[in-house]
Design a protein. Structure first.
Length: 88
């Protein structure tokens, strides 16, 4: 499974994750460590995010945990120009 990903490390609830995209629309997911492993294993998983057509976008970490950001392009190439975490 091809995807772009970032290990955001331990983040506290309320931390903002800002993503600047370039290219086609993208599916942007914020996953805790267990759900990221489920994503990699092609098992059911829970995520925060969705389909984004505009940039930049901002997600918020819902609870304290180790987090990953995953970006998939739909039709064509997607470029992530910047990923920034903004402490609460």
């Amino acid at each position: 499974m091809e995807h772009l990903w970032w290990d955001l490390g331990l983040c506290t609830a309320g931390t903002g994750v800002e993503v600047e995209l370039r290219g086609v629309e993208a599916f942007v997911r914020l996953l805790d460590a267990d759900n990221y492993q489920d994503y990699l294993d092609d098992d059911d998983y829970t995520y925060y995010g969705g389909v984004w057509r505009t940039s930049p976008l901002r997600l918020e970490v819902p609870y304290d945990d180790h987090w990953y950001l995953v970006v998939d392009g739909y039709e064509g190439r997607i470029t992530v120009r910047r990923v920034t975490t903004i402490p609460d």
